[in-house]
Design a protein around this ligand. Structure first.
Ligand SMILES: Cc1cc2nc3c(=O)[nH]c(=O)nc-3n(C[C@H](O)[C@H](O)[C@H](O)COP(=O)(O)OP(=O)(O)OC[C@H]3O[C@@H](n4cnc5c(N)ncnc54)[C@H](O)[C@@H]3O)c2cc1C
Length: 507
């Protein structure tokens, strides 16, 4: 049959199939709208579905990267970002909540605000269970004409999310159950809630310490890696003469793996603040006691009372980790625990399918060079959830810098996988290390200039500028930039006024 004859025959069938009494033009319109709707629905159904678990440095930045890439209409994925919290947290700046340098909205903006001008869907939900099926070698197409899904994710509300591609970016939490008493009495410092709780506790202690005859506030910090040292510098500056910080480390130095410039800058600052470094000790237990105000000190003489005039204190037992040191008993009003972390991927409920995920001893997913989980072509793992090794076989550190760079590659590799292009191998570029040491001090050692460390106010400002540049969206970056500039201008005016007042008050 020639083409014209064939078309004529179909037109004849359509026109004759119109129900009696229905005008032919109306019937054709109905048929046309059904056809258009069906093709829209089919296109929707065929769009790749990407589910991203965790909206931190890995997950949120992957979603934003996917949004920024150019897609053809039929390949543009539907992206669902799932996080148990409604806010993204810029963790490296949590210390600034204690120093009062930043407001919570600046470092913990809501996902709703960040994603409002994107097509990324957000769901505030806790992930319960993973049920991947991509390792079962399902290939081909299902009844709807789309390729078989990569698996499902069960959320705590009971909702089941079916995905084609999955990104694991659940991060890590503080590991507290390390020694007797640490989980009960020590505060972690890993989430926005943790930082708010520590700030509230410090406020309470500061209020109690208001009267002249009250004892100084004692803060013990367990661990002198970056987190412990940044906390020690920030809190000792905040307390000034009202308190004392004891920073305890099992090693004989602080930040042992940091560039020497950063370590020296930190030591210099801590030596000018009310901080005692207890190096070469490990904390073997923490207990609670109530101490009468008269007997408060840092030594071992403890008298236990139960009446209203007593203060709750914590006793830390310190055991020597180095020869020549003696065991010690220390007391504190607040204990902060900064040693160790546990990846949250391993905390999900195990299922038969999720046991198929290759996890290392710490509970991170083993990935290949393109960030895909080994044996799972539809799952990518990034940030603290991923166990990825560099070319020398060393595990990449669990840092925001790694997660941020991996997000860029994960976004690109998802695009490549969906468009049948080759995936890129991830290469970590170590850009250097930074730390805050209080409201006006910091240290930054860029890796590309050997031996250079910017410290003091310059280091502090440089670190803040880098973090401003790292903020997730242009709009948020602009808002935060304006807010910081305003605060800086107000601070400068205030200090100028103080200087002028001091000058004229000289007799
Ligand atoms: C106080 C502090 C300071 C730090 N400073 C630095 C620094 O200076 N430089 C640096 O490079 N790194 C720093 N880090 C480390 C860095 O923040 C992390 O390595 C980085 O955030 C890891 O990114 P991620 O995406 O893997 O996890 P995260 O950024 O932690 O994001 C994980 C997300 O997953 C969500 N989530 C977890 N479990 C579930 C669940 N079951 N269901 C739903 N959602 C879930 C969480 O709510 C969170 O939003 C610091 C960390 C802390 C705690």
């Amino acid at each position: 049959m020639v083409r014209g004859e064939e078309e004529g025959k179909y037109l004849d069938i359509i026109l004759h199939s119109a129900p009696r009494g229905v005008p032919v033009y109306a019937y054709c319109l109905v048929l046309l709208s059904v056809f258009l709707n069906r093709s829209t629905i089919m296109r929707q159904l065929e769009k790749p579905r990407i589910c991203i678990l965790g909206g931190g440095f890995g997950g949120l930045y992957t979603a934003l990267r996917l949004e920024s890439l150019v897609w053809t209409d039929d390949k543009k994925p539907q992206v669902l970002l799932v996080d148990q919290s409604d806010k993204f947290v810029f963790k490296p700046m949590l210390y600034e909540l204690l120093s009062g340098e930043v407001d919570p909205w600046e470092i913990a903006p809501s996902f709703k605000e960040l994603l409002k001008s994107t097509s990324i869907q957000f769901s505030k939900e806790k992930v319960k269970l993973l049920q991947p099926s991509d390792h079962l070698n399902n290939s081909g197409r299902n009844g709807l004409g789309r390729s078989y899904s990569g698996g499902t994710v069960l959320l705590e509300s009971g909702v089941l999310v079916e995905y084609d591609w999955l990104v694991l970016a659940l991060g890590a939490a503080a590991k507290l159950d390390v020694v007797p008493g640490s989980a009960e009495f020590a505060y972690p410092f890993s989430t926005l809630d943790d930082a708010i709780k520590v700030d509230e506790k410090l406020r309470m202690l500061e209020r109690e310490c208001f009267s002249k005859d009250s004892s100084p506030i004692g803060v013990a910090i367990v661990g002198c890696g970056y987190s412990g040292v940044e906390l020690a510098a920030t809190i000792s500056e905040r307390l000034q003469g009202r308190g004392r910080v004891q920073a305890i480390n099992v090693e004989t130095s602080i930040c042992p793996s940091a560039p020497s410039g950063n370590r020296e800058a930190a030591l210099k600052i801590l030596s000018t603040r009310n901080t005692e470094l207890l190096l070469g000790y490990f904390v073997s237990s923490i207990t609670e006691t109530h101490v009468s105000n008269d007997s408060i000190g840092t030594g071992p003489e403890i008298s236990v009372h139960d009446d209203a005039k007593t203060k709750r204190k914590y006793i830390l037992e310190l055991k020597p980790a180095q020869r020549g040191l003696q065991s010690q008993i220390r007391m504190a009003d607040l204990v902060l625990w900064t040693v160790g972390s546990k990846p949250l991927l391993a905390e999900l409920e195990p299922s038969y399918q999720s046991r198929a995920l290759p996890l290392n001893g710490r509970g991170q997913a083993e990935t290949d060079g393109t960030l895909r989980v080994r044996g799972h072509p539809r799952i990518f793992a990034i940030g603290d959830s991923a166990a990825m090794r560099d070319s020398s076989g060393k595990l990449l550190p669990s840092t925001a810098q790694v997660a941020f760079q991996q997000a860029d590659f994960a976004g690109w590799n998802l695009w490549a996988a969906i468009n049948d292009r080759p995936l890129l191998p991830f290469r970590f570029q170590d850009l250097g290390e930074m730390m805050t040491l209080g409201r006006n001090d910091g240290a930054i050692s860029p890796s590309f200039i050997d031996g250079l460390t910017l410290d003091g106010p310059i280091g502090h400002t440089a670190r803040k500028l880098v973090y401003l540049w790292r903020m997730p969206t242009d709009e948020h970056r602009l808002k935060v930039g304006i807010s910081w500039l305003t605060k800086y201008a107000l601070d400068s005016v205030a200090s100028l006024q103080t200087t002028i007042a001091n000058t004229f008050s000289v007799p």
